[in-house]
Ligand binder design. Sequence first.
Ligand code: SAM
Length: 293
Amino acid sequence: MTRNEWIQWATKKLMESAIETARLDAEVLLAHVLHIERIQLHIYPEKEVDQDLGEQYKVLISRRQQQCPVAYLMGMKEFMGLPFQVTPDVLIPRPDTETLVEAVLQWVKECRSEEEELLMADIGTGSGAIAVSLAYYATAIQILATDLSPEALAVAKSNAVRNGVSDRIRFYAGDLLEPLQHQTASLDALISNPPYITEDEMKILPVSVGEYEPSLALEGGKDGLDNYRRMLREGMCLLKPGALVAFEMGWQQGRMLKALMEAAGLENLRILQDLTGLDRVVMGFKKNWQSQD
Ligand SMILES: C[S@@+](CC[C@H](N)C(=O)[O-])C[C@H]1O[C@@H](n2cnc3c(N)ncnc32)[C@H](O)[C@@H]1O
């Protein structure tokens, strides 16, 4: 069969399985199997596909029909314009999280002098999406990245190498901030996109998320805020006065999370929206010693 015939076959199959992005997924996966750019499918639609590659394509389409996310099928996802390896051990980086990274980069640009090297923590680094892209775009920073999952950390490390920033990120296996307890009053920023799905939301997740993405990356306890509470309790003593705290959160968690951050001693709190206009990021600053109670 030709490229075009395969795409039509696959699009029909995916539509039958109610995949909303059927045509796009059919093209992206064929380009992946053929190791070509998607545009080549349109330039040479009549080219025959080798039989063994056609068989590989069939397997991917069948897994996609079972709702397996395209990123896991390809083993790759682009985030902040950079390539990231993804495996089923890590959350697929979301465009929402780019709002968090961009806000931190903006803070680095606006508030810090160029010579000053900053020390940041990325808690629950997963694929390393946040740590790697921060290190890539802001060169005067060092990052300490933690994750409870050793498998996720292995992926994060490979992504740091892939993007040429492994010399500026140190990885630690452990529970939230526990591996960083020796860093008293030394962090300039605490960044995290922790698991924040509530108990009720966990019951109604789409199959593509609930059955394929690691539950360790999703479950945030009854109200989704367990990990923030712990980070605020354990993390404040690790921050320098004036340090930034920036969290990604669920779109309905802004009011409650802001209150928790205020109670922990953070000030100048701001909520930022993601590209779809939903509340997604909250940031605040540890009070300077002059203004501390
Ligand atoms: C929502 S994912 C975020 C992954 C990545 N930072 C991103 O933004 O794409 C949360 C990550 O936190 C990790 N995690 C969950 N509980 C943890 C804990 N108690 N300590 C450290 N990491 C944890 C998970 O393994 C997962 O990689």
